[in-house]
Design a protein around this ligand. Structure first.
Ligand code: GDP
Ligand code: MN
Length: 492
């Protein structure tokens, strides 16, 4: 039979968040991409359980087209139907509507993720008094069995997925994963901040993922997984830079561009931003409460980014207001895996710069207001930096599973231990409070640089960033925190 003209449209009624959760929200996506339909079934909860919300007209409308009508007027590049020069994504928060044209890939086409769960949701969250954030959620259990949940905001390609699935290098400690990218958080009746992962899958960066760096991700992606822009092996497997797995004898490779590829070729085999898309429930360390409709109680919030110099491994904010300032002051070295090439320090407040659904100054005001909430039992706020480098450009911190050492100190602070010392920047672990045992060549001094010149420059650059990007909208409390930092640094 002759197929009808045009593309098949798919209708996807989906829930962001566990079914029946007071924090969940429903969306309806219309798309002409089978790739998007299949991916949405992994990343969101698609099904008839959403019908009551649809009937109530309580849902976000998502319209998507790859922008390449059939019959084609020109041949496709690499079989990808899309229209890059005319790609446009529109968000209409007042109408709870998203319209996306021309892209067939990632957050521009799987509209539940960045468009809905961050941009539209951040606006809903402000109106309704909760938080929609670019944060992973994990549970960490100490050797005595005491469990804490933390949420962490890092910009793209700064280690969210790795931290959320980490295998602790500290004996007796365990980490469980609730989510690796987005957190929706709301205070419960007892004043505790409770978080859900609105997603039901992982859309993770493939290159660098290996049995050594992220064994749990490798176990997660063994089946039911959609790979995009990775290399292929001639025996039906996938391949990327840093996969760290020997090829079967006689196997050949094809690059993400469909060309024959051999190790040592100048161009990478997989695109640096190639991805796996896998169901969360296949991850061996999903938290038992990861689908709890009430969410998990958050004890600590962590901010972080790639800072090659000057910013210590970890510090704690003095209080909530200072923590909001720390979040607003986030910067990170952007790499090829993120959206910018070359290495440049980019400001990325709360890791939300690409995802604010409304005025960023009002966003900071919303965070300050959360801290003023009557009866709120506020999480403590921290900043981490796994990416300090030495003079030769090598990382001074082993990272990955060893980040559990930092989580251990954070847990000790949540438990109220008196083991921090005050610096102009924030509270850092006392030298005996951070477990560096069995890490030859790693020194406390290297991990906790203290430099007046560095922080003077940092404060100067931050002041200019505020002036150019927030202007009048910057809450006076945040400017007050910057002034207080400048004063403390002056006395260093
Ligand atoms: P996400 O985009 O925030 O989820 O970041 P990923 O977890 O996908 O990690 C991005 C990149 O950072 C990968 O190449 C990781 O190997 C690397 N990475 C993650 N955690 C660490 C760490 O603790 N230390 C170092 N040096 N690199 C890390
Ligand atoms: Mn990730």
């Amino acid at each position: 039979p002759v197929p009808p003209p045009g593309r098949t449209m798919y209708i996807l009624p989906f829930s962001m968040g566990p079914l029946g959760s007071p924090l969940a929200k429903v969306g309806l996506q219309l798309t002409d991409s089978p790739y998007v339909a299949a991916s949405m079934r992994i990343m969101t909860r698609v099904g008839p359980q959403t019908f009551p919300a649809l009937a109530r007209d309580d849902f976000v409308r998502c319209l998507h087209s790859v922008g390449r009508p059939l019959p084609l007027r020109e041949p496709l590049v690499s079989q990808w139907p899309c229209d890059p020069p005319r790609t446009l994504v529109a968000h209409l928060p007042d109408q709870r509507r998203i319209v996306s044209f021309g892209s067939g890939y990632g957050g521009n086409s799987l509209l539940g993720k960045k468009c809905f769960a961050l941009r539209i949701a951040s606006r809903l969250a402000r109106d309704e008094g909760w938080l929609a954030e670019h944060m992973l959620i994990l549970g960490v259990t100490d050797p005595a069995g005491r469990k804490r949940y933390v949420a962490a905001a890092f910009p793209s390609a700064c280690g969210k997925t790795n931290l959320a699935m980490m295998t602790p290098a500290l004996p007796g400690w365990r980490v469980h994963c609730v989510g690796d990218d987005i957190a929706w958080m709301k205070f419960d009746a007892e004043g505790r901040l409770r978080a859900i992962n609105p997603e039901s899958g992982f859309f993770g960066v493939a290159p660098g993922t290996s049995v050594r760096t992220n064994p749990n991700a490798m176990l997660t992606i063994r089946s039911n997984t959609i790979f995009t822009n990775v290399g292929q092996t001639s025996d039906g497997g996938v391949y990327w830079e840093g996969i760290d797995q020997p090829l079967n004898p006689g196997t050949t490779l094809t690059s993400w561009l469909g060309q024959p590829w051999t190790p040592g070729d100048p161009q990478p085999c997989a695109h640096p931003n190639s991805r796996f898309c896998a169901p969360a429930n296949q991850c061996p360390i999903m938290d038992p409460a990861w689908e709890d409709p009430e969410g998990v109680p958050i004890d600590a919030i962590i901010f972080g980014g790639r800072r090659p110099e000057g910013v210590p491994l970890v510090y704690e904010a003095f209080n909530w207001r200072h923590g909001v300032f720390v979040g607003s002051a986030m910067r990170s070295e952007a790499t090829a895996a993120a959206e910018h090439t070359g290495r440049r320090l980019m400001h990325d407040p709360f890791a939300m710069r690409p995802f604010f659904g409304y005025n960023a100054g009002q966003y900071l005001a919303h965070w300050l207001a959360v801290g003023e909430r009557q009866g709120a039992r506020l999480p403590r706020i921290f900043h981490v930096n796994w990416f300090l480098r030495d003079g030769a450009g090598r990382f001074v911190w082993p990272g990955f599973g060893h980040n559990a050492r930092v989580l251990a100190w954070i847990c000790s602070r949540v438990a109220g231990e008196d083991n921090a010392k005050t610096t102009p920047v924030g509270l850092v672990p006392r030298e005996d409070a951070l477990d560096l045992g069995g890490l030859p060549g790693v020194s406390y001094a290297d991990l906790f640089p203290v430099s007046r010149a560095f922080w003077e420059k940092e404060a100067r650059e931050l002041r200019r960033y505020y002036e150019e990007n927030f202007g009048e909208d910057l809450p006076k409390e945040v400017m007050g925190e910057l002034r207080a930092l400048e004063e403390r640094v002056k006395k260093m």
